[in-house]
Write a protein that binds this ligand. Structure first.
Ligand code: ADP
Ligand code: MG
Length: 263
């Protein structure tokens, strides 16, 4: 029992990634150390090109690290992928325009061979969870950008993963919509108690959502600071008005400036 409780949601140790190319090699990541408790919410923030997506891809088994080890619920990324332990959400919702909202969400289940009745029921539940119950028969192009991203979240949740890997999921949205989706994500996270790794370049978003902010340096990306965000959960619109919220925003901003090597 104690062993089970000690299993981390996500762990990276000594992770490096070097991309080899004719134009010159790129050391994208170097000696990355990261631990996310099961049910924890960690944001990774860092300057553009510092290796954030590379790290997320390594966790999601989309690329092999050059050095080091990663685990998801104690399993290797490949094992975790096979066991459908995690879902992934990218900045672009990547929905299929010819399928309805419902049938976009059922797609992973269809690939798994889940029967139609069950997959429709699951997809309906997930769409209800993200607040899109009345849009199941719409097509993606009939939805706003924020709604499309909610569909992508519902799709990622359809296989009931215990870990959600999110790469700047709200990065392309306007600030009001982003704030609203941040609230939605808090509500969803509260219901599912999943482990979340959330990549962003928004300082306020990182502080608002996470219990831990990992600050990455410019290339080669390393995690240079871990900032605990001890704001109470559940977080809501009032959280953003708290003086402690602003203090943390300032702290993350300073860490980010230091990590970027700017003066
Ligand atoms: N497949 C690849 N081949 C070569 N270089 C890559 C590849 N993927 C990413 N890179 C390089 O690695 C660095 C980190 O990229 P990335 O992880 O996408 O950064 P971020 O998500 O923080 O903006 C960048 O310099 C990028 O050009
Ligand atoms: Mg990226």
């Amino acid at each position: 029992m104690t062993n089970e409780m000690a299993t981390l949601g996500l762990q990276a140790s000594g992770v490096g990634k070097r991309f080899l190319s004719k134009g010159g090699d790129v050391q994208a990541l170097e000696a990355v150390e990261l631990e996310v408790a099961q049910g924890g919410f960690t944001s990774v923030i860092g300057p553009s090109g510092c290796g954030k997506s590379t790290l997320l891809k390594a966790f999601s088994d989309l690329l092999e690290p050059s050095t080091g080890e990663l685990s998801v619920n104690g399993k290797s990324p490949a094992e975790a992928r096979a066991a459908r332990e995690f879902g992934v959400v990218f900045q672009s919702p990547n929905l299929l325009p010819w399928r309805t909202v419902l049938r976009n969400v059922t797609l992973p289940l269809q690939v798994m061979g889940v029967g139609r009745l069950t997959r429709n029921q699951t997809a309906n539940e997930m769409l209800e969870l993200v607040g899109l119950a009345s849009f199941t028969r719409h097509h993606p192009w009939q939805l706003s950008g924020g709604m499309q991203q909610r569909v992508a979240i519902a799709r990622a949740l359809s296989t009931n993963p215990s870990v959600l890997l999110m790469d700047e999921p709200f990065g392309a949205l306007d600030e009001i919509t982003r704030d609203r989706l941040n609230l939605e994500l808090m509500r969803i996270w509260g219901k599912l108690s999943a482990t979340i790794l959330f990549i962003t370049h928004s300082i306020t978003e990182a502080v608002f959502l996470s219990s831990q902010v990992a600050v990455m340096s410019s290339r080669p990306g390393r995690i240079t600071r871990l900032i605990e965000v001890d704001l109470p959960y559940p977080r809501n619109a009032q959280t953003r008005d708290m003086p402690e919220f602003y203090e943390l925003v300032i702290e993350v901003r300073r860490a980010l400036v230091e990590a970027s090597g700017a003066t």
